[in-house]
Design a protein around this ligand. Sequence first.
Ligand code: FE2
Ligand code: FE2
Length: 539
Amino acid sequence: MTANPDEGATTATAGRDELSGAGADQDDIVGAGAGRGEIVGAGAGRGELSGAGADQGEIVGAAPAPDGPVSVIDYNERIPNNVGLATDRKLQRALQAWQPKFLDWWASLGPSIPTRDVYLRTAIAVGRDGWANFARVPMQQYRWGIFLSERNPDRTVGFGRHLGEPAWQQVPGEYRADLRRLIVVQGDTEPASVEQQRHLGMTAPSLYDMRNLFQVNVEEGRHLWAMVYLLHAYFGRDGRDEAEQLLQRNSGDADKPRILGAFNEQTTDWLSFFMFTYFTDRDGKYQLGTLKESGFDPLARTCEFMLREEAHHMFVGTTGVQRIVERTAALLAAHGTDDLWDLGGIPLAVIQKYLNFQFSVSLDLFGSETSSNVASYFTAGLKGRWMETRRKDDHLLADATMQIPVVAGDTITTRTVPMLTALNLDLRAEYVADCERGIRRWNRELEQTGLPHRLTLPHEGFNRKVGAFAGHWVSPSGELLAAADWDGQAAGWLPTPEDRAGVAALMQPHYEPGEFASWIAPPGVGINDLPVEYDYVRF
Ligand SMILES: [Fe+2]
Ligand SMILES: [Fe+2]
């Protein structure tokens, strides 16, 4: 996270060097801490697996001068890169043939509102303390490129049966199909979210927020480039075919939908968008975290750099929801009612329902609690655990066990299974602990306003379509119910058409610099030390 001199004023830098290179635990955090005056849990316990030192994620600070190895990205190339594309004519030609298709896709399914330019961050170097460059850029001229983290020549495979062997610089033949699949599934989510969010610019609550949306969008576009590079460079003809397909499947398309369910849902309003960037981009962070451990070194390095960009997406979600809660809390305290529609605010009960929805569909992205595929990916060294190298065990897990939830009759209980088969749940548990940190942070807005209300994460079994809880009817508090009973109460748990209509009615564009919609508080500080009132987007 030291990578990004992101958003806003410098706050603290305590303990940051423990984190360098760690990739992503440090999330939310990003560069400097827009909008949060407070810094929490500075430094303490941050090197540990998530769960240690709650809120440690939130620390922020200005980017330091780079002091690690740095490879500068060559922006003179048609495709900016730090992978030496100029010396690989065949790969260069293949990617140059894909580039116009990407640009067509961006023009037809990227942000739908026309703009003149946007104040955007572009990565200009990678390496341990890679940093970023801010400038006004016409979006169609954004420099999407291929950037991998610096190579560590001594890197070894960190887990599974190849533990301790040199990391692979080429795809091992026996793992070719599995690696290709992992890359395609990850790659498919990147353009999907751009498609899901394409109309949001039409109703942005401010230019500041519109800019953050576009920053997320261009980086998701670059993440697609990252996966397409791997497919072209390492998977031959199959890889080229898969790269084509990544532009042909589209979110919500009846014939060619995106691969994963949550990426075919529409993101129709900004409350959904902020919940999406909080909960669903965070799933992405955890998936990338497992691929960052991969024995296939180019994949690991690609994901490590993506995680640096991903931190900004977490930031947008965390602070976006926080600012909505701040406004809701103020209205609730002033008027003594949660019926805030006519007052221009979003009722807290509706915020909770959106939260319930996005959290539950995001949990489905982790797959079933047990999976023989995930066991073989681990044993083969393709996909590790979150923070694999920091775990204090044998990294083989041949004898380890884990408890997983099961529904037996009318109770929710647990069962012991080989840990290797339960790694989806292991990752999901890390994710849930991380999600809890945001809830605590949002609740501080309510506490500070003196309100007794609190937001909560629903039970992991609530509203699930995948895994142990699929086909069962679990309430947000974890009660197992009869289907009819659950249905009868669902309107209190998940957004109703009326709730969505109420939110939609509030989604009016605010395009004057410094102007904010009534339902969201302005951030404390602007982007990259600029004022909140800056015209981040020009038409
Ligand atoms: Fe991404
Ligand atoms: Fe993202």
